[in-house]
Write a protein that binds this ligand. Structure first.
Ligand code: ADP
Length: 484
């Protein structure tokens, strides 16, 4: 891997401000999904090292939480600047371990950094309240305090931004953190830790556990009485398990779990805009985001035109190694991801879907899949109920608003939804009726640090980004003043 700042490649865990290895000496490999090449090996930590990281975060908490918001903000701001100064190297590390095209990776680094910038400022606004008393001698004040030590468990699809959007608000309000990145993508997390050290975070404020045994580390983090909050982004199954594990200590929780996003195109929609939005929301990161369109519903009057124009756009997408110029779609993260996509496409074909583009593996390498359109999809196909996490767009035809709302909401998930239309009354009705935490109206791109990202139903709870994202790391304390 060619980097201009080779210090960013740190194949060690980061505990109490020091780079460390597993007590057992065990390591595990980080592989490039585009080539299969081994990029590095990182320490495989377990219970003992995780306990050490939690203890370091606990020891660092009093001093860190007592700093002024302005003092913490200055360090966060420096961290943000360092991320931007190193954007090319951070993007190269990200693409190498995760596969997304370099331009997309650089976009993620800037997006990830934007949470640090935003919360460096917003941390100064953890305001309380003064409430008129309920007796003549009484006064009421409300203050906000950091929850304490926070654990963050993050996925491989956004190895940078899923960390910063949890950690930045936590650090900004005075929490200390133990981060467990996904086993496929620890190098982006460790590069962030290197820059955190340079930015001036005191030892123990930010710790990173690398492990190939997430269950063992997860058990320590969830059972710990010191860890007061867990923020998790990942699959619904693991999220439910972690929620159960956190019950023992009644931990505060933020869960950002799976999605099954509907993308609806009404007859009066701007079709060119809808096609561009569908391509952006479906094929970004090779379809591996939790807000990717999973089901594209198109009203009968524009179905043929939409499908034709979508095919034209998809035929232009280039599959390949994310480091090559002009590549739009990189590899999937691993064999399991590829097998899942193949099985979903086979099921849809068997049940009558028409393959208009792709529908098979790409010749670019072992983990590449061609961008695919499945026309004439229906609700009985597995693609209607399963999060695809690959570059496959099933397109469904519908007749009425009522019918499409029913189909769109017919899922236990409730993360993101999108729709295109022009009639203002329809827009308002549909936006209200969709049971989702986020709704894109005439846009396929909704993620930004300044808006509340999060889901409802089995997609989880808690919000990340925006003023709401700060609340998730704060406790509310009420003081009742008597004898005034
Ligand atoms: P995905 O299917 O996207 O890999 P996962 O939910 O399996 O999603 O992974 C998301 C994160 O959760 C990763 O960091 C992974 O290591 C972690 N993880 C997976 N299983 C567990 C577990 N039992 N306890 C704690 N963390 C886990």
């Amino acid at each position: 891997m060619q980097l201009s700042n080779s210090k960013l490649l740190k194949p060690h865990a980061y505990i109490d401000g020091k780079w460390s290895d597993a007590e057992s000496g065990n390591t595990f490999p980080v592989n490039d999904p585009a080539t299969g090449e081994e990029l590095a090996t990182v320490p495989d930590l377990g219970r003992a090292e995780t306990e050490k990281a939690v203890a370091a975060a606990k020891a660092a908490f009093p001093a860190w939480s007592k700093k002024t918001a302005g003092e913490r903000s200055a360090i966060l701001r420096r961290w943000y600047e360092l991320m931007l100064e190193n954007v090319d190297d951070l993007a190269m590390i990200l693409t190498s371990e995760q596969g997304k095209p370099l331009a997309e990776a650089a976009g993620e680094i800037r997006y990830g950094a934007s949470f640090v910038e935003w919360f460096a400022e917003e941390g100064k606004r953890a305001y309380g309240d003064v409430i008129p008393g309920h007796g003549t001698d009484k006064r009421i004040t409300v203050i906000k305090q950091p929850v304490g030590v926070v654990a963050a468990i993050t996925p491989w699809n956004f190895p940078n931004a899923m960390i910063t959007r949890k950690v930045a608000p936590a650090l900004a309000v005075g929490c200390t953190v133990v981060i467990k990145p996904a086993e496929a993508t620890p190098l982006s997390a460790l590069a962030l830790a290197h820059l955190a050290g340079e930015a001036g975070f005191p030892p123990g404020v930010l710790n990173i556990i690398t492990t190939n045994t997430p269950k063992e580390v997860g058990a320590v983090l969830t059972e710990s009485e010191v860890v007061r909050k867990l923020s998790f982004t990942g699959s619904t199954a693991v999220g439910k398990e972690l929620m159960r594990q956190c019950a023992g200590t009644v931990k505060k929780l933020s869960l950002e779990l799976g999605g099954n996003a509907p993308f609806i195109v009404f007859n009066d929609a701007d079709i060119a805009g809808a096609v561009a939005g569908a391509v952006a929301s479906k094929y970004r990161n090779a379809g591996q985001t939790c807000v990717c369109s999973n089901r594209i519903y198109v009203q009968a009057g524009v179905y043929d035109k939409f499908v034709k124009d979508l095919k034209k756009a998809v035929d232009e997408l280039r599959v390949g190694d994310g480091r090559q110029d002009g590549v739009d779609i990189g590899p999937l993260i691993n064999q399991a991801g590829l097998d899942k996509v193949e099985a979903l496409v086979a099921d849809a074909k068997e049940k009558g879907a028409r393959v208009l583009a792709g529908g098979k593996r790409s010749e670019q390498g072992d983990l590449f899949y061609e961008p695919t359109i499945l026309a004439d999809a229906d609700q009985n196909m597995d693609v209607a109920s399963t999060e695809i996490f690959g570059p496959v767009a099933p397109v469904f035809k519908f007749e009425t608003e009522e019918e499409v709302i029913r189909m769109a909401n017919d899922t236990p998930f409730g993360l993101a939804a999108y729709f295109y239309g022009r009639d203002y009354a329809l827009i308002w009705r549909v936006a209200e009726a969709l049971e989702y935490g986020m709704v894109g109206i005439n846009t396929g791109m909704i993620s930004t640090a300044i808006a509340p990202f999060g889901g409802i139903k089995e997609s989880g709870f808690g919000r990340e980004g925006s003023k709401y994202g700060l609340e998730d790391y704060l406790e509310t304390k009420y003081m009742c003043w008597g004898g005034v």
